[in-house]
Ligand binder design. Structure first.
Ligand code: S3P
Length: 448
């Protein structure tokens, strides 16, 4: 078997209090905005996962000075908007769609030529969703068939502001357009009909950009308009990175599924565009208490106390998808143990993540003896109302997808039989110490 196999074994109650690693979305942005600002940016709680380290390397290759002082504590000396230098080699963004797409936004409005590539997963993912709007700024992209990486970007010498309505709810596309607009004179405008995570907007404001967000009527639809004034002077700031709610999702679901568990997750990001999983699990009957809600560095955070619960199936509306887009694989594991049917609607975007997550989850659950139906944009899981059967010694294919790997290991903790995954290595992209942290809570995760 290629890769690094790992097993999640039936476990007893989990207990303990933990701080999860830093938010991946916010970590990428802190490095990028720091590199575009003038002066020193200090970052506390940066996620030191492979995806974010690729972004740090890319921003260095573009001329920013970036140093690590201690675990999670980083300093960036930016070059200022429009002042990044041409990289003298290919920028390899690894597994990271966020890193690649946001960086394309930055490069589009710099007068330089750069080549981007990534791993086999990233090279399969659609980039036209960003290169199309970014082309209107005057940038030129030469990509593989289907707009895929590796691709070359020739940034605009005199970038134009952009005006774009998102055809799919995507924070990455929205952020790429805003980042390109930073170096264009005049106003850049993005319209989104479905709200997506707003970390870029919050951080732009934090670094001193002039950004206005308002509700509008967009041809009969309620929408949000984001207006960014181009060529602001961004100044270096301090960024406090909250714990990643998408990483918290794994111990959270594990604690719900294992009777008698009580786990405290500290300082978890509670941005409303990220907290759809908590809403859904509470609707399923999950005992999740939100304590000590506060704001830190422009982002809402809170401590979560999670206790073992009997869950029941629910229908998850399509409109909730943007606020829990990365959490469907782990929700599907909770659904497998819940009583009754869980129907998840509006999942088209899951097909273009690190893997086709709809297909990967459906295949893996079927292998673990769970009743599951996959439709083009819908996943239906019929839960066992207790421990699902679990693995049969055939490894779950993780397909270079960290969230598929972690989700099935959690299923193994709560199943009758262990669940084996074929490759643990992708977990390092977002949650390098996943196995250690879960073991610390009492989870049995081990080499086969
Ligand atoms: C992200 C946005 C989401 C999410 C990804 C991180 C971001 O992707 O799935 O893990 O940091 O902006 P889309 O915006 O493409 O849906």
């Amino acid at each position: 078997m290629a890769g690094h196999p790992m097993t999640g074994r039936p476990s007893g109650a989990l207990s303990g209090s933990v701080r999860l690693p830093g938010d991946k979305s916010i970590s990428h942005r802190a490095l990028m905005f720091g590199a575009l600002a003038v002066g020193e940016t200090t970052i506390d709680g940066l996620l030191e996962g492979e995806d974010v380290l690729r972004t740090a390397a890319a921003m260095r290759a573009l001329g920013a000075e970036i140093e690590r002082d201690a675990k999670g504590c980083w300093r960036v000396w930016g070059r200022g908007i429009g002042a990044l230098a041409e990289p003298d080699d290919v920028l390899d963004m690894g597994n990271s769609g966020t890193g690649a797409r946001l960086l394309l936004g930055i490069l589009a409005s710099h007068p330089l030529t750069a080549v981007l590539t990534g791993d086999a997963s990233l090279r399969r993912r659609p980039m036209a969703r960003v290169t199309e709007p970014l082309s209107t700024s005057g940038a030129v992209f030469i990509a593989r068939e289907g707009g895929r990486l590796p691709l070359t970007v020739i940034g605009a010498r005199d970038p134009l502001p952009l005006d774009y309505r998102l055809p799919v709810p995507s924070a990455q596309v929205k952020s790429a357009v805003l980042l390109a607009g930073l170096n264009a004179p005049g106003e850049t405008r993005v319209v989104e009909r479905e709200a997506t995570r707003d970390h870029s907007e919050r951080m732009l404001r934090h670094f001193g950009a002039d950004i206005v967000i308002r509700e509008i009527d967009d041809e009969g639809h309620r929408a949000q308009e984001i207006l960014l004034t181009g060529q602001p002077e961004l100044t270096g700031r301090h960024v406090q990175v909250p714990a990643d709610p998408s990483s918290a999702a794994f111990p959270l679901v594990a604690a719900l599924l294992l009777p008698g568990s009580e786990v405290r997750l500290k300082a978890v990001g509670m941005n409303p565009q990220r907290s759809g999983l908590i809403t859904t699990l509470q609707e399923m009957g999950g005992d999740i208490t939100i304590e000590n809600a506060r704001e830190e560095g422009g982002e809402p955070i809170a401590d979560l106390v999670v206790r073992g619960s009997r869950l029941k199936g629910v229908a998850v509306p399509a409109g909730r998808a943007p606020s829990m887009i990365d959490e469907y694989p782990i929700l599907a594991m909770a659904a497998a143990a819940a009583e009754g049917r869980t129907v998840m609607h509006g999942l088209g975007e899951l097909r273009v993540k690190e893997s086709d997550r709809l297909a990967a989850v459906a295949r893996g659950l079927a292998l673990c003896g769970v009743e599951v139906t996959e439709q083009p944009e819908t996943l239906t899981v019929t839960g066992c109302g207790g421990r699902p059967p679990g693995g049969n010694n055939q490894a779950i294919a993780t397909e270079l997808d960290h969230r598929i790997a972690m989700s099935f290991l959690v299923l193994g903790l709560a199943a009758e039989r262990p669940v084996l995954i074929d490759d643990m290595t992708p977990v390092a992209t977002s949650f390098p110490d996943f196995a250690g942290l879960m073991r610390g809570l009492g989870a049995e995760i081990a080499e086969p």
